[in-house]
Design a binder for this molecule. Structure first.
Ligand code: KIV
Length: 271
């Protein structure tokens, strides 16, 4: 088996190879230079400059408001930090739907101005013209099916998708279509594990899950969620590896106390 952790650079081809060798793919979001550097050095395979930046970085209630310029700014910061991981940048709402020429122009801006390695967009058959046109320009595309947050006002809730047979069949057909069109990987968000397994087994490209169970080719989480910085977000699929919200809050509290009590700075901390 290839030792993927030692490989200099992860490419879209590496990910396909990893699937075929049964090596699971690790993916996390990042939106800035400092976090991207830490997680790249820690061995993450794929960094997603997610449009979740709209929630996590900007405080919006959905991913819809973030702009293409803002996504490019975040992606530029991440790309500057990364040596090994594949950097995928989300195409924001309004930059690709319903107009494949606009989709191509948006993806070219991401690749040219941010120097990202690939783009991700949400949807199946309804966006396939955009996917085809972007790929025809030599830009790798990652698909995203299941719970697609840019369509939240169509769904109405963030609950588990494709529990009914009709929606599950549509998802399977969309996944196959995205593969045939040339996507190098697909994210499946918040769908039953059994369905995600079926999709992963029927595709040759990697399927990366978030709330899609263990029988897929890799996992993705939002960095700020898995570090425990976002306290109010508690989906069942989220495993928290730290409690940074409380750690940061306590550190800031101690700093405030030290400043007020004249404990900081001390003799050694001044010139
Ligand atoms: O924007 C994002 O963070 C995402 C992940 C949830 C996959 O698309």
């Amino acid at each position: 088996m290839t030792t993927f952790k030692k490989l200099k650079k992860i490419t879209t081809h590496t990910l396909v190879e990893m699937k075929h060798e049964g090596v699971k793919i690790s993916m996390l979001t990042a939106y800035d230079y400092t976090f991207a550097k830490i997680i790249d050095n820690a061995g993450i395979d794929v960094i997603l400059v997610g449009d979740s930046a709209s929630n996590v970085m900007a405080g919006h209630i959905s991913t819809l408001p973030i702009t293409l310029d803002q996504m490019i700014y975040h992606a530029q910061s991440v790309v500057r930090a990364v040596n090994r991981a594949l950097v995928v940048c989300d195409m924001p709402f309004g930059s690709y739907q319903g107009d494949s020429k606009n989709a191509l122009n948006s993806s070219i801006r991401i690749m040219k101005e941010a120097e990202a390695h690939a783009v991700k967009l949400e949807g199946g058959v309804e966006v396939v013209d955009s996917v085809r046109r972007i790929i025809s320009a030599g830009i790798p595309v990652m698909g995203h099916l299941g719970l697609t947050p840019q369509s939240i006002y169509k769904f109405g809730t963030y609950s588990v998708r494709a529990k009914e047979e009709k929606e599950a069949e549509q998802l399977i057909s969309d996944a196959k279509l995205l593969e045939e069109t040339g996507c190098f990987a697909i994210v499946l968000e918040k769908i039953p594990a059994k369905l995600a397994k079926k999709v992963a087994e029927s595709l040759t490209i990697p399927v990366i899950g978030i709330g899609a169970g263990k029988y897929v080719d890799g996992q993705v989480l939002v960095l700020h969620d898995m570090l425990g910085m976002t306290k109010e977000f508690n989906p069942r699929f989220l495993r928290r590896y730290m409690n940074l919200h409380d750690d940061i809050s306590s550190a800031v509290g101690r700093y405030v106390d030290d400043v007020k009590s004249l404990d900081f700075p001390n003799e050694e901390e001044q010139y």
